[in-house]
Design a binder for this molecule. Sequence first.
Ligand code: PMP
Length: 351
Amino acid sequence: MSVRPEVRAARSYHFTPRPAPIKLDQNESPYDLPEALKARALARLAELPWNRYPELGAESLRAALAAYHGWDEAGVVVAGGSNVLIQAFVAACGLTQRVLSVAPTFSVYSDQARLLGAPLTEVPLAAGFALPVEALRRELQRGPGVLFLANPAAPTGNAFAEADVRALFEAAGTWTVVLDEAYHQFAERDLLPLVRAHPNAASLRTLSKAFGLGGVRLGYALTSPDLAREVQKLLLPFSVSALQLAVGLTVLEAPEYVAARAKEVRLERERLQRGLEALPGVEVFPSQTNFLLFRVGDAAAFFDHLLGAGVLVRRQDHLPGLAGCLRVSVGTPAENGAFLAAARAAAAALG
Ligand code: PMP
């Protein structure tokens, strides 16, 4: 078998599904789509001919997203999840050039760079998980390539200082800058104006988080028409299905539920933060996302304690700089209450 050595050397995406009554491990929305919207999406799907290929490049959804954001339709790219777009950006802008990011960050950037064989540089985050602006600036002088920044950041949860992001956009020159804004609805602001002002930049969005559509798989990029056209070439024809189109078009007709839910997430995140801060031996990091990163010391034992109480969180202690850390997604108020009770018991037992 002549599998490329880069593929042989790469590990598979690291995720172990475990059944647990309270599932707070994947930064999903704890709520399914509102019943009325789900029914409307299914009715729309039923009307589409299943024997025919869908639109070539999700054109109707691109138009709806352009209207939703006040963006040029020619600058919108839609795919089956923002992961797919990350791969497309690596292939379009990184391969044979360079992929640059920080560490720790969302693992798909570096995983795809390694799998596709793109030269990869990961610069460690500065103190407080801040952007290492000077080190990144130095790397940007050795271009061209693509810089990936998740803001708000994952898995650390913080929003970077806007001045730091702006400084990197200005230092980027001909580099492509992908600003992954998967969690922006939970943050104080997005940085779309900055992206709008830089034709080499793209904002990456997903319907998996605030829109509560992780199971449907939809993501998109907002960028310049020039960059959109090039990245679109990397996507396979007809790859956004009739189901994805039907659901995407339906939620964009009635997106009000998203803001209401994001507000609840922010309030519940504060409750979780306060609850965790009150526990002995637990350090909680500030978050602008729908999850919290916290340090407990013995992450494995704490994780097992929570799981024993039926609460599944995510271990992050294998990542650089995150020794002893776990990550919990914000769930429903009842789930968050159960998590806090279990965390209290774990801290007491392990303290
Ligand atoms: N970017 C970041 C920062 C994420 O955390 C995630 C989801 N874990 C994604 C992208 C992937 O989103 P999607 O479900 O649209 O592929």
